[in-house]
Ligand binder design. Structure first.
Ligand code: ACO
Ligand code: BUA
Length: 448
């Protein structure tokens, strides 16, 4: 470390409580995203929340309930916003304590540059390196854009954060930081291992034949993409490439079993490209100083034009409900916000543009509701208030445990037929009747 950087570090270092004093009423505050939750700064700000009014808090997929929100259950001081709901924001939103910011993930950085003001950015980083850089760890995403717009930047140093190499925009230099706080070195969130259930396994079995040597993979969030990752690790596929949004533990398995080389990628050859990572220590240890992995901001990873530059892109994402018009809702159940558009639309479009690419959206054909009854996830029309995540003009493949339906290039009645074929058998007759009433059924289409 140079003497100049050492001096700067000492000058900018202060306690979390002192750093929290920079926040004033009316401020918009940005917390670093996903697993990079700034624990010490959040706790310090919570201690003085009663003195502050009209604060707005933003992040992407909170992994901890912010103490500032816990300390203000009546929302008299701060309103929490999330650009992408995980389980935690979903629950807070159910209690009226968190609001969603609609986002197509590839637009993240530009949305912030064009339309968002930040007063104070509080971000968790790895310890400073010998050139004066703090690594943003597992969340590149659109943190750089948020830092660019922030009037004050406070970094919370956490020695548990891996040095995640770029790509680009993976660091901030000490000269651009206003204050440094040494936190409690909280361990990073450990995502529970998702047990594979028989339905997800069946869905993965329909997907596996679509993946061939040299494909470039994006696996989304949730149970099904996870099972696919495990099946790929156990397969004898060769030279797979990775250009994804989220890196999870199953990518480590696929790499360590020799499935991934990236040798056939057209861009970022040999690199596993991602914008954020969340999993267990297995993943965080793998990432630390690993030149095989390259983190980029989401406007790069998720730009459909960039995605399409690789050949044979296979994109696998989950959904909540699909209607007979082939509209996909992956982010809400009626008016209940569950998740977000995230990168689903980006990768579906990117995979479509890629030579030999396939965009797949997967869901179990039915679920057991709170009433204890079986309900179809393939429905005549989306439930009232359900949000369309992938419109029918864009959707390509829908996969359930009953098969795989190619919709692109098909008319409305052919789509209805293809979807009913992969619906749960218990609901197929009823869906045919609905399709007839909706005038998207012709006499000649028969299900064997
Ligand atoms: C990170 C990436 O790379 S993702 C890239 C693309 N991004 C996306 O695809 C974003 C949209 N998609 C998603 O968020 C996910 O794929 C999901 C939500 C559709 C499925 O994810 P999973 O983790 O398998 O969902 P899971 O079964 O745990 O359900 C999540 C919640 O939705 C609820 N839910 C799911 N399906 C339904 C349904 N049909 N009706 C009502 N509620 C439902 C569940 O009850 C659960 O809520 P809870 O936590 O209160 O119990
Ligand atoms: C914020 C993006 C996460 C997702 O695409 O699901």
């Amino acid at each position: 470390m140079t003497n100049a950087n050492k001096r700067l570090y000492e000058e900018k270092l202060l306690s979390a409580d002192k750093a929290a004093e920079v926040v004033k009423s009316g401020d918009k505050i940005f917390y670093s995203e996903f697993a990079m939750f700034p624990h010490a700064l959040d706790e310090a700000l919570a201690k003085r929340i009663d003195q502050l009014y009209d604060l707005e808090l933003y992040s992407v997929s909170f992994t901890n309930v912010p103490k500032v929100v816990e300390a203000d259950p009546k929302q008299e001081h701060i309103i929490m916003h999330d650009w992408h709901f995980g389980g935690l924001s979903r629950k807070l939103s159910d209690q009226g304590l968190c609001y969603y910011v609609p986002l197509c993930y590839s637009h993240g950085s530009r949305s912030v540059h064009k339309y968002v003001e930040n007063d104070v950015a509080m971000i968790c980083v790895a310890p400073m390196d010998n050139k004066g850089f703090f690594n943003l760890g597992t969340s590149n995403s659109f943190t750089a854009a948020n830092l660019h717009k922030a009037s004050t930047i406070i970094v919370e140093v956490n020695s548990s954060v891996p040095q995640c190499l770029g790509g680009n925009s993976e660091n901030i230099h000490i000269s651009n930081v206003d204050y440094i706080v040494e936190g409690n070195n909280n361990p990073l969130i450990q995502l529970p291992i998702i047990e594979s259930d028989p339905v997800n396994c069946k869905i993965a079995e329909h997907i596996m034949p679509e993946i061939e040597d040299g494909c470039c993979l994006q696996l989304g969030i949730g149970g099904i993409p996870n099972v696919v990752g495990t099946k790929i690790a156990e397969s004898d596929l060769k030279d797979l490439g990775i250009h994804t949004e989220m890196l999870v533990d199953s990518f480590v398995d696929m790499y360590e079993t020799g499935r991934i080389t990236g040798a056939r990628k057209n861009i970022d050859r040999y690199k596993m490209v991602y914008t954020f990572a969340m999993g267990t220590d297995k993943l965080y240890n793998f990432l630390d100083n690993n030149p095989v992995c390259a983190s980029y901001p989401c406007h790069y990873t998720n730009d459909p034009k960039m995605i399409a530059l690789n050949d044979k892109v296979i994109s696998i994402n989950g959904a909540v409900e699909v209607d007979l018009f082939s509209q996909v809702s992956s982010e809400s159940s009626g008016i209940r916000q569950i998740s977000g558009t995230g990168g689903q639309l980006d990768f579906t479009m990117g995979a479509f543009g890629s030579h030999g690419g396939k965009g797949m959206i997967c869901l179990p054909s039915a679920y057991i509701g709170k009433d204890g009854k079986l309900h179809s996830r393939i429905v005549p029309a989306l439930s009232r208030g359900s949000i369309v995540t992938t419109p029918r003009s864009v959707v390509q493949y829908i996969v359930t445990e009953n098969g795989i339906a190619l919709l692109k290039g098909k008319s409305t009645w052919k789509r209805a037929e293809a979807l009913i074929e992969i619906a749960h058998p218990q609901f197929q007759d009823e869906l045919i009747k609905e399709a007839q009433e909706m005038r998207i059924w012709v006499r000649s289409n028969r299900i064997e």
